[in-house]
Write a protein that binds this ligand. Structure first.
Ligand code: MSP
Length: 525
């Protein structure tokens, strides 16, 4: 089914120092939805996610729990991070762990290549380091501590004290890449999206780049520097390389050529690593830079970035246990403009679940199927020969919504794409209200008109099901079966997405099947 167009998309690899929260889940469902969309559109799609397992943060978490770092990451990854994918309905193609040999060996090879090309040198370093960010902090992100940390310098993101580190390090000549990076942002204007993120990156690079410390010698939980085993490779250099090592860098040139370059979706807190350091590393190695970097905003709880370390972390299954994985995906992806911050609240989630999913989409599906069962013995009727303006309006809305949704997904604006698709929900609900099939059913002379109305509703629902399947794979699968489409048209995931807006796909004569509520009423504690 592939059209030969490669679409390789990644999530950041997560720190398994702690349990996943809904902020991590947000990044993953966004990337999964984009990947499902492209896969179903026939693009040669590959979705990668994984875990970032080295560094000081991990070492400390393990020590605090009295186990080795390897034991700690093995436990967290298998007990919490793998299951998260199931909890959220994520269909990734691969999962990379930075402690895997396939990664470690290739990272050494890459760093050696930079060394051989003259981009790495040894130097002295003294600076303030944040273990939460795993980063030497620039001036602008250092603030004065308050409360228990009064008198100390703290990280602006984590509000925790910074540590003064003084070491002999190896450095990457990042400062040499400023002009080439600025040229990249100019010639590929959507290399960094959205615009706010692009502007931030451009002004950061314009203000001048410093060389980057890429090794540490004070601890050994990391990948050894190949020419000096008293150092381990800086965890961010190790981590960024996952995007290349997972698709065959250094081992499988064919796979690498097929997949690379990637699109990276990241939270805005880690934008600079992806839009500045990573492309510079690739340029230094003589490899293609990524296709693009999209930075999404933060989930805020009580006005602050939600995080475990600030005790505002909410586990994804607290939401999915009550509302289901589809509602999780729909809520975060539709309620927050992708690229901006958004506040999470249980009230907002509940209200949207009820209004948009249960009453809007769910109810439309149930009553359409129920009316076909009641008035046509469960068999989708043909549309009559005479179409009215309202019937044609539905067809136009469906075609336009499908085209707009694809264009928005292409721009990574998942929220706008869902907004476009939702025009079909509203149109069909309005159509049923105006045409009153229950009244038509009382008059034998209106039998053909009743068929037209219910065919139009069912066919609109067919398009809606296909378009929503990347966002809500569980509910749409149920609906696909209920529409009888699984039997007559084949698997939902095989329905070509870019043709979803065509009319007349669902065949009259198809047998519908009973549908239990897609979004049942929830009882909240
Ligand atoms: N390990 C690094 C990434 C390395 S990628 C080569 C890392 N890991 S993380 O676990 O801290 O964060 C992973 C992702 O989760 C980031 O995209 C981050 O922005 C996202 N989120 C963490 N907290 C978040 C919110 N409160 N809201 C939205 N996304 C958040 O950084």
């Amino acid at each position: 089914m592939s059209n030969g167009r490669s679409f390789y998309i990644t999530t950041p690899i997560y720190y398994p120092s702690d349990l996943p929260h809904i902020g991590h889940g947000y990044t993953s469902v966004a990337v999964d939805t984009l990947a499902r969309w492209h896969r179903q559109a026939g693009d040669d799609t590959w979705m990668l996610t994984g875990t970032d397992e080295h560094g000081q943060k991990m070492l400390r978490a393990a020590a605090a729990n009295g186990v080795t770092p390897q034991e700690w990451v093995d436990k967290l990854v298998t007990q919490s991070w793998f299951p998260l994918l199931d909890t959220l309905g994520v269909a990734n193609d691969d999962f990379i762990r930075t402690t895997q040999a396939r990664h470690e060996e290739r990272v050494q090879q890459f760093v050696q290549a930079l060394f051989d090309r003259g981009y790495i040198y040894a130097g002295e370093y003294e600076a303030l380091y944040c273990v939460g960010c795993e980063e030497f902090k620039p001036e602008a992100e250092i603030v004065d501590g308050t409360g228990a940390f009064e008198g100390l310098k703290v990280c602006a993101i984590h509000s925790k004290p910074l540590e003064l580190l003084q070491e002999k390090n190896y450095f990457f000549k990042l400062s040499e890449f400023g002009d080439r990076l600025l040229e990249l942002y100019k010639t590929v204007p959507d290399f960094v999206r959205p615009d706010s993120a692009r502007n931030e990156v451009v002004s950061f690079v314009k203000s001048g780049l410093k060389d980057l410390s890429i090794s540490r010698s004070a601890f050994d939980w990391g990948i050894r520097v190949p020419w000096d085993d008293s150092h381990v490779i800086y965890v961010w250099v190790d981590a960024l390389l996952n995007y290349a090592t997972a698709v065959g860098y250094g081992t499988d040139p064919e796979q690498f050529a097929r997949r690379w370059p990637a699109y990276h979706v990241v939270g805005k807190d880690i934008l600079r690593f992806h839009a500045v350091i990573w492309p510079a590393m690739l340029m230094a190695a003589g490899l293609d830079v990524p296709r693009g970097v999209f930075a999404h905003g933060w989930l805020l709880v009580g006005g602050e970035k939600m995080s475990k370390s600030k005790l505002t972390g909410i586990a994804p299954n607290e939401i999915t246990d009550v509302f289901g994985s589809d509602a999780y995906r729909f809520y975060f992806l539709s309620a927050i403009a992708f690229g901006q911050d958004g506040s999470f609240s249980w009230e907002d989630l509940s209200a949207r679940y009820q209004a948009e999913l249960a009453n809007g989409f769910g109810n439309l599906a149930s009553r359409t199927i129920a009316m076909i069962e009641r008035y046509f013995e469960g068999i989708v009727p043909p549309a009559g020969h005479e179409l009215t303006d309202v019937d044609r309006a539905v067809q136009t809305v469906v075609a336009q919504a499908a085209a707009d949704a694809d264009a928005e997904m292409e721009r990574f604006r998942i929220d706008e794409a869902i907004g476009a698709i939702w025009r079909i929900v509203d149109e069909l609900n309005g159509y049923i209200t105006v045409n009153e099939p229950w009244a038509l059913a009382k008059d034998d002379a209106q039998r053909e008109r009743l068929g037209t109305v219910l065919y139009t509703a069912a066919e609109g629902l067919r398009a809606l099901t296909v378009l929503l399947s990347p966002v809500m794979p569980v509910a749409t699968e149920k609906l696909w079966v209920a529409l009888g489409a699984a039997e007559s048209l084949g698997r939902l995931q095989d329905q070509p997405l870019r043709e979803a807006g065509a009319w007349g796909v669902l065949r009259p004569g198809t047998n519908v099947n009973g549908l239990s509520p897609l979004f049942p009423r929830v009882e909240q504690a």
